[in-house]
Design a protein around this ligand. Sequence first.
Ligand code: UDP
Length: 267
Amino acid sequence: MSSNDVTEAGTGTGETISLCEVPIDNVTLDEALARIDACIAQGRGGYVTTPNVDHVCRFHRDERFRNAYRESFLRLADGMPLLWASRLFGKAIRQKLSGSDFVYWLAEHASGKGYPLFLFGAAEGVADAAAAKLRALYPGLLIAGTHSPPLGFDRDPAASSDAMRRVKDSGARVCYVALGTPKQELWMQEASRVPGMPIMLGIGASLDFIAGRTKRAPVFLQKTGLEWFWRLCMEPRRLWRRYLIDDSYFLVLLLREARLSWSRRAG
Ligand code: UDP
């Protein structure tokens, strides 16, 4: 299993930090996997979120999303901008654990542990193609099932409950939920109330990346915090508003955090 570098100058072992008021668990890859193992061993269920700039901005303008975030049991820092901001404000996040990388690490871990994996969401055929890719990469991986519900299923209570039943009855211990933000976080919050649901991880466009339907940004753009720019170039009509308008609020949040941090130091 390969992973990106761990910063030893972090705030400590796995504590939850608050960045622009968003809770983020300051864990390394091994610690994140251990938390998931503990949850599965205790049969607790629950869901994992992956805060990035877009999520941080949405957290401030959408109360339902904020609540869904607060209920998740593990929040993994998804992008470089959050790592840089955390260093600036003296609470360095130790490792970038992007959802799009974590899907591979957790699949490998699941294959070793024998956790059956369910792939939920994305356009028709994408989850099946991603399942085939993951099985080829990790031959011991058990795929409990795949399901790509039609657009709008989440607004239909019967269709949503039916989807939850499929996931639950599959015997999966881990489920990747690829519905985009905020649908996936809201759906996972609701699904986590159903006894017997597996651990869920909100993964955005990751099934498209795994299946090769969408090309992920090159590594140098991921490392320089410009993955968003790549995605904007790939899908400008769908994403311009998100990245150029909605997410510019991140600058306001950074200034606010800087002011708070300075007044704490001065006081
Ligand atoms: N998607 C879906 N159902 C929906 C909306 C989106 O299955 O109602 C899927 C879509 O096909 C894609 C994924 O959600 O596979 C990711 O969407 P997006 O790019 O918005 O995710 P992000 O990574 O930006 O959160």
